[in-house]
Ligand binder design. Structure first.
Ligand SMILES: [Mn+2]
Length: 482
C-alpha cells in the first residue's frame, strides 16, 4: 500500500521513500526512548495545521503507550524554549514550528528533540540532524506538504495500519494552511498521499462544487455571507445583502417554506449564484481569478455529523483556526482527538465570536481608509488601534483573498505587548511579481533586531515598535529588488 502511493505521488523531485525511511528511523528512536520510561512533550503551533499536526503526533505516540503530552504555543522564541526546557521532559517533538530556531533548540535541549515541519529554512539549516522537514525530500512546504501530513508520515512509520485514520486530519491541516493549490483547488504532493489513504479507508469522499461555508446545511444566502475566502466585499459577513441580492435576481431561496442549501441547487442555479456574486466584484482586474476560486474540490468526512463544520475539511480547519485565535487551543485539540460533545459546542460558540471580531476589523478598515497605505504592490494595514495581535493572520489572509487586494502583498501590523509590533503578511493569488515572503520577512526582521519568517506566500514577523519605519523600508526594498 505504502509503495503504491509512493509510486503515484513521488514524481520527479519528490522522494517519498527517503522521507518514510527517515520517519521510521525517528519513530524507532522515540519508541526506544519510551521503553526506558521517557516522558515526551509535543509542542505545536496554535493555527489549524498546528493543532491538527500536534494531535496527529500525540495520538500516534499515545497509541504506542508513550507517556506523552501536547501543548500549543503562539510563538517559539528563546524565552519559550527556556520555559519548555524547565519543564524537564526527556524528549520534545515540535510540529509546525521550530525550523527557524534550530541552533537555539540544540543549545537548550541537546539532541533531545525533533522538529517535524514544512516551513522553509536557509539551505544550511536543512542538514540539521534534528530536523524532519518536507523541503528535504523535494516537497514544496508551501503547497505540497503541511505539518499535519508530515506528522501523519511519522504516525504511519510508527504504525502504518493502526494510524491510517489520522490521514483525515492531514487534510484539515493542509486546508488550514491554504495548500489547496492543485487543479480545481485540490491537494497535491505529500498531502495527496494522505487524501488517497483517507479515500481508500472510506473516511473521505471528494466532489467538485461551490466552496461556500455550510453548503449542505445553511440557507444559500447565509452560506455566501459566512464565507471569507475569497473575501467578497458587500457579501462576506453581510447576510442581509446576500439575501437581497439573491431575491432581486429572482432566485428561488425556499422550497415548501424551508430554506434551500447550495448542495440542493441545479447546475443552472449554481451558475446563477456565480452571476449574482460577480455583480459584487470590482470589474477592474482580478474578478475572473476570484470567481474561479469559488469552485473546487471538496473533501467530505463521511464519519462526521453533516450538521457540523467538521464534515468539511476546510470548515474543520476554520473551526480550529478560530479556537487558536481565541486562545482556546485546548478545545481545538480535544476536537481533533475526538470530542464531539462539550468541546465542539464551546468551539462553535467561539467561532461566531471570532467571526464577529473579524467582521468588525474589516468594517473599520472600509470606513477608515487612513489605516491603509499602498506603496507599489505592497499594501499595509496599520492596525495598532483596532486589530488584536492574534487576529493579524486572519485579517491578512482575508484581505489577500479579496478582489481589491489579491494582486498585492498584504502587510497587517498590530501591537504585541508593550514594546513590540507583530506583522502578518500574505501574497495575493494574483500578485504579479515573484517574491519569497518568508525570506523577506526573516531578513527584514533580522535587520532591525526582530524575528521573522514563514512560507513564500504567508509569513510573519515580530519587531521592536521603535523600528517600525526601518522594518517597513527594508521590506519595500527587498520586494522591489525581487
Ligand atoms: Mn503549517
Amino acid at each position: 500500500m505504502v509503495a503504491d502511493q509512493a509510486a503515484t505521488t513521488a514524481t520527479g523531485r519528490h522522494d517519498y521513500g527517503a522521507l518514510m525511511a527517515r520517519a521510521k528511523e525517528e519513530a524507532e528512536r522515540l519508541v526506544d526512548l519510551s521503553n526506558r520510561g521517557a516522558r515526551v512533550l509535543v509542542v505545536t503551533h496554535i493555527d489549524a495545521d498546528g493543532l491538527s499536526s500536534g494531535s496527529v503526533a500525540f495520538s500516534a505516540l499515545a497509541r504506542k503507550n508513550l507517556a506523552v503530552s501536547v501543548r500549543a504555543i503562539p510563538d517559539l522564541d528563546p524565552r519559550a524554549i527556556e520555559k519548555l526546557k524547565a519543564d524537564k521532559f526527556e524528549f520534545y517533538l515540535f510540529t509546525d514550528l521550530g525550523s527557524g530556531l534550530l541552533g537555539e533548540l540544540s543549545a537548550a535541549l541537546g539532541d533531545k528533540f525533533l522538529v517535524v515541519d514544512h516551513h522553509q529554512v536557509p539551505e544550511a539549516d536543512l542538514a540539521h540532524a534534528r530536523l524532519f522537514n518536507a523541503w528535504n525530500y523535494g516537497y514544496d512546504g508551501g503547497e505540497e506538504a503541511c505539518s499535519s501530513s508530515m506528522a501523519y508520515s511519522f504516525a504511519k512509520a510508527l504504525d502504518a495500519k493502526g494510524n491510517q485514520d489520522l490521514s483525515a486530519l492531514s487534510l484539515v491541516g493542509a486546508s488550514g494552511d491554504r495548500q489547496d493549490k492543485g487543479d480545481a483547488r485540490s491537494l497535491g504532493g505529500l498531502n495527496k498521499v494522505a487524501v488517497e489513504d483517507a479515500v481508500t479507508q472510506g473516511l473521505v469522499t471528494t466532489t467538485k462544487d461551490l466552496l461556500f461555508y455550510g453548503r449542505e446545511t445553511r440557507p444559500v444566502h447565509e452560506a455566501i455571507a459566512m464565507s471569507y475566502s475569497p473575501f467578497i466585499a458587500g457579501l462576506s459577513g453581510a447576510k442581509d445583502a446576500a439575501l437581497a441580492a439573491l431575491s432581486n435576481s429572482g432566485f428561488k431561496l425556499k422550497e415548501g417554506g424551508r430554506w434551500r442549501t447550495l448542495s440542493e441547487l441545479s447546475n443552472e442555479e449554481k451558475q446563477k449564484v456565480i452571476e449574482v456574486i460577480s455583480g459584487f466584484i470590482a470589474s477592474a482586474g482580478h474578478g475572473a481569478d476570484l470567481l474561479k476560486d469559488l469552485v473546487g474540490t471538496i473533501y467530505t468526512f463521511e464519519f462526521e455529523d453533516p450538521l457540523t463544520p467538521l464534515r468539511d475539511a476546510r470548515e474543520f480547519g476554520s473551526l480550529l483556526n478560530a479556537c487558536g485565535r481565541m486562545d482556546r487551543t485546548d478545545l481545538g485539540i480535544s476536537i481533533c482527538l475526538g470530542d464531539r460533545e462539550d468541546a465542539l459546542r464551546q468551539a462553535l460558540a467561539l467561532m461566531s465570536e471570532y467571526r464577529g471580531k473579524l467582521n468588525k476589523a474589516i468594517q473599520k478598515l472600509q470606513l477608515e481608509t487612513d489605516k491603509v497605505s499602498t506603496t507599489g504592490n505592497v499594501m499595509m494595514v496599520m492596525g495598532e488601534e483596532f486589530i488584536e495581535e492574534r487576529m493579524t493572520g486572519s485579517v491578512s489572509s482575508l484581505l489577500a483573498s479579496s478582489d481589491r487586494f489579491r494582486d498585492k502583498l498584504v502587510l497587517v501590523r498590530a501591537k504585541s505587548g508593550d514594546s513590540d509590533l507583530k506583522f502578518s503578511s500574505r501574497i495575493g493569488d494574483s500578485y504579479p511579481g515573484k517574491v519569497n515572503l518568508g525570506e523577506v520577512m526573516r531578513e527584514a526582521a533580522q535587520s532591525v533586531g526582530g524575528v521573522g519568517g514563514g512560507h513564500s506566500m504567508a509569513a510573519g514577523a515580530k519587531i521592536p515598535f521603535s523600528k517600525r519605519d526601518d522594518f517597513t523600508k527594508a521590506v519595500l526594498e527587498k520586494v522591489a529588488a525581487g
